[in-house]
Design a protein around this ligand. Sequence first.
Ligand code: PMP
Length: 382
Amino acid sequence: SIYLDYNASAPIDSRVLATMIDIYKNHIGNADSRTHDHGDQARVIVENARKDVAGLLGISSSEVFFTSGATESNNIAIQGLEEYALKSGKNHIITTSIEHKAILETAKSMVRRGFEIDIIDPEPTGRVSVEKIVEKVRDNTLLVSVMHVNNETGIIQPIEELGLELGKRDILFHIDATQSCGKLVQELRNAKYNMLSFSAHKLRGPQGVGVLVLRRTGYKLPPVKAIMYGGQQEHGIRPGTIPVALVGGCGKACEIAADEYKNNSIKTKAVKTALLAILKESGLTYSFNGDQKHCLDSTVNLCLQGVSSEALMLSTKEYCSISNGSACTSKSYEPSYVLKAMKISVEQIEDSIRISWGPDTNLDEFKKQFSKLLEMAKVLVN
Ligand code: PMP
């Protein structure tokens, strides 16, 4: 069956896996051991990985901090500001209603700790308005957190304009770049921000490792503190033994992305072009959720009118792994909060699926399976 759920997790690149196996086999040790060569070698791997991440993002390696993934990075970026907020009296956070739960739930949890938050809805296009965010800025605004690309819709947010606007004011800007890192490479290199998060597994690295970027202003890091107690790893920002093979795999994935992102985009675009052509020919009534002018090449959120996404996913799961991009458990079905925030009707949300792919998606196989999926949709339409 064809895997078309890359936004949930992308398959590991075989070169990344080979790098990791080599590390597991031949580079044992703790990167913080200072008394033997094994420790030294592990440290070299970690520091090289840090350079590869920095190279991809166009920043200094001293601004790269390894974590267990975007969820942890997002938590540190927000919770880690508590002490500074108490000292400075700045305790207002602005974010959006289409963020991943790792941002939304963390931000909401800060209300209990005396923070004030504003959560901005997107436009029906799926994009958040820079003006609406800037309008909410107050004297005590500490942080604005906006994702670069939404995981459910693939819609690209105006982070470059936002960075410029917020840069003029004394406000921290955090970007959740989990879905764009390694894809919108130039955009991220151009963007102005103070903090950035991503997970390696979305750019074909291993699961369980990610990065929090803390940009320096002069020599100064943003005023975040660790949210766990422990050792002094990662400058105390993220205590705990550094998982050398995971970090090495993350570095390798970033190195590959930096070399190949332009070519990758040509390949993912070809899949999208095929998807649109097959869809047009199908005779089905459809629409896209989100303004496709601002959509990633490797994602669509598609509403097939009259075709329940639940029924479609069930009847096609033998040959297609797709999702409806929402929390769906066996007990309860909740329509996507992202699509709801875009003012899409519940009926339309129920008929919406998310398809996401990558540079290694086989075009012919895609055409074959996507055509089959649409044939099934025709059977199910009511
Ligand atoms: N942010 C975004 C935008 C995401 O898409 C995801 C993963 N779905 C995360 C954060 C969390 O990543 P992880 O589960 O790897 O911590």
